[in-house]
Design a protein around this ligand. Structure first.
Ligand code: M6R
Length: 606
């Protein structure tokens, strides 16, 4: 979603701001803008196009202090007037991520005080509020701190004043923001990838922090206004890891990174033949011995990973598991189980609904919490008692790929640890061996890419598609359908194959391609009968079948042979061709693969 970059240097910061915005493009946006202080004046440039257009519009803009923003519209349509930065009386400029919930009330008050509003955004109230305090003779820092006390909702903020070319104030509550520490120059950004060309030394700001940034120094104040020290960390993310390299899109690159992402995720935890609870944190063994059920909370693709885990946890570890969509759970009156382990799954660790669901669970007394996340120091990681970091590396494409398969690996490890603790893990060595073999098994599936690229040509003219799976592969069908709709804009639905005859079979005709995941498992014969039901109605079948399933090609039945069957880990392998299929169908359709319309990478608002 929205992205923030700010810079203060002894050189022109406009190229730094633009490069930073370009690197945040993956988060999703529909307008962009920047403002610099130049000769005690604010110089603002905004655009409803891509960052490239903003760059050409700001070719003549220069300044040593500036803030910039990519906006994903919430309050008010994508337009120049709603694009950030927002200003108050040519004195204060603000960029903001998040949502101010009491903005209507503040807007009415500020209007009565004579402020004129030029946008429909919630952000503009922040600019005017800060201005009103600044005009009373307060410093910029105090003006921001005072204004923040009046705001309800979530924010990450960058604020500058025309008459103060030496300071940038930033603050965060509920939305991510970090400080980039340079030599004789300092920066702020929504995520570290924006700053990698200028520094890899960062400070992850905590909830309620306000920072006074100057060129050579910075002062951080906590939520109570007390000066605090926060550790400078050297980011492990390299500049190269966020470059596209020889790939056409980030999504393609990230699909191909899955073998290394999986082995990196396993590396630190699975070097021996056994797995210990310690991989989830020092308190994990004690916590796991207290829990009698699992509650998984997540959104989108992460939710699908949770759905797969439910099959593993109940079957292998023998522990009851429920999986809920975070945005539903947070508003549902549920009965808390104080002995449940609440597992939150998130690539970004900043998803507002997942964060709120975690807080809701904690408020109800469910204190045993575990975050499985791909971003160190994210809000979700910090708010959970236990944590597991997937090591997928930065995921730039909006469609989640390697984050999903590494989440599955993490959840499988959790299953093994819980199974062991409950005395149910008789095949530990075999499972560890299967996990270690996974990267090469995934690589073999990736080698099917040319075949899937050809197959994709047959989908480009379709308007709908149906995905089928059974058991732990039903969530994989859901994930395949989500990938296809997300990036190719083809309407796709997924069903457990046994459910077909209860309704969706009515949709099947020659124009409805039906894609089925067909692992060689105990449900295979049942699945085959379901596929017959489709064929009998003239449906065109595309079956991703494991070896030895004995599903053969015939008229209307296209079989794509998978290299091997991976037992319990089969969902990981079956995910790969569906990711590739979605990718190549999107290529055929010419959509913006990495930045699909209307979507954002980090969904930091409700
Ligand atoms: O960062 P998260 O894993 O919490 O994100 C959750 C969803 O927004 C995300 O998985 C979304 O569904 C992806 N775009 C799917 O490809």
């Amino acid at each position: 979603m929205c992205g923030i970059v700010g810079a203060m240097a002894q050189r022109n910061v406009v190229p730094i701001l633009l490069e930073g915005l370009q690197r945040l493009e993956y988060r999703g946006y529909d307008s962009a803008g920047l403002v610099v202080v130049n000769d005690k004046m604010l110089e603002r440039v905004r655009s409803t196009g891509r960052v490239k257009e903003l760059a050409s519009r700001s070719a003549d803009t220069q300044g040593q202090l500036g803030i910039a923003h990519t906006r994903w519209a919430t309050h008010g349509a994508p337009s120049i007037k709603n694009a950030h930065p927002h200003q108050s009386r040519d004195m204060i400029a603000v960029v903001h991520n998040g949502i101010i919930e009491n903005y209507e009330e503040l807007r009415a008050r500020l209007k009565s005080e004579g402020y004129e509003f030029t946008s429909e955004t919630d952000t503009e109230v922040i600019a005017h509020l800060i201005h009103s305090h600044y005009m009373h003779g307060n410093s910029l820092l105090v003006s921001v701190q005072t204004a923040l006390k009046e705001l309800e909702g979530a924010y990450a903020l960058g604020v500058i004043a025309a008459d103060n070319p030496n300071q940038l104030i930033c603050a965060r509550r509920g939305s991510p923001l970090l400080l980039g520490v340079g030599i004789g120059e300092n920066f702020v950004a929504s995520d570290v990838s924006a700053l990698l060309p200028v520094t890899n030394r960062v400070i992850y700001l905590e909830e309620g922090d306000v920072v006074e940034v100057e060129r050579e120094s910075y002062r951080i104040f906590d939520a109570h206004g007390k000066p605090v020290d926060r550790a400078v960390q050297v980011s492990e993310i390299s500049n190269e890891s966020v470059q596209l390299g020889n790939y056409r899109h980030y999504m393609q690159k990230e699909i191909h990174e899955q073998p290394s992402a999986i082995s990196d995720t396993l590396e630190s935890v699975c070097n021996s033949t056994s797995i210990s609870p310690g991989i989830f944190g020092a308190d994990a063994a004690a916590t796991f011995s207290e829990v009698n059920s699992i509650l998984i909370l997540a959104c989108g693709t992460s939710y699908h990973a949770g759905m797969v885990a439910r099959y593993w946890l109940e079957e292998i570890a023998g522990i009851q598991c429920t999986v809920e969509i975070a945005s539903e759970y947070r508003y549902r009156t549920s009965v808390p189980n104080l002995n449940a382990l609440v597992v939150v799954l998130s690539q970004s660790g900043e998803t507002a609904d997942t964060m709120a669901a975690l807080n809701h669970a904690k408020d109800m007394g469910q204190g045993n919490t575990l975050a499985i996340c791909n971003v160190p120091e994210s809000a979700l990681i910090r708010a959970s008692k236990l944590r597991f970091l997937t090591r997928a590396g930065p995921e730039i494409g909006v469609a989640s790929t390697k984050a999903f398969t590494t989440q599955l690996v993490a959840l499988f490890l959790l299953t093994l640890v819980l199974a062991k603790q409950r005395g149910r893990l008789v095949q530990e060595t075999e499972f560890v061996h299967a996990l270690r073999h996974l990267p090469s098994a995934v690589q073999k599936v990736l080698d099917m890419e040319p075949q899937i690229a050809t197959l994709a040509e047959r989908f480009a003219s379709k308007h709908h598609a149906l995905f089928l799976g059974r058991g732990m592969h039903y969530p994989i069908a859901l994930e395949g359908a989500l990938k296809l709709k997300e990036i190719s804009y083809i309407h796709a639905e997924a069903y457990p194959a046994g459910e077909l005859k209860h309704g969706p079979l009515a949709l099947v005709d020659k124009d409805m391609p039906v894609i089925s995941v067909a692992p060689n498992d105990t449900l295979l014969e049942k699945l085959k009968s379901n596929l017959q039901e489709v064929r009998a109605r003239g449906g065109e079948l595309y079956v991703f079948a494991d070896a030895d399933t004995l599903i053969s090609e015939s008229d209307g039945v296209n079989v794509i042979q998978m290299p091997e069957h991976a037992g319990y880990l089969s969902p990981v392998l079956h995910t790969i061709p569906l990711q590739l299929l979605a990718y190549y169908v999107a290529l055929q359709k010419g959509t913006d693969v990495d930045k699909p319309r209307n979507l954002a990478k980090s969904v930091t608002v409700e």
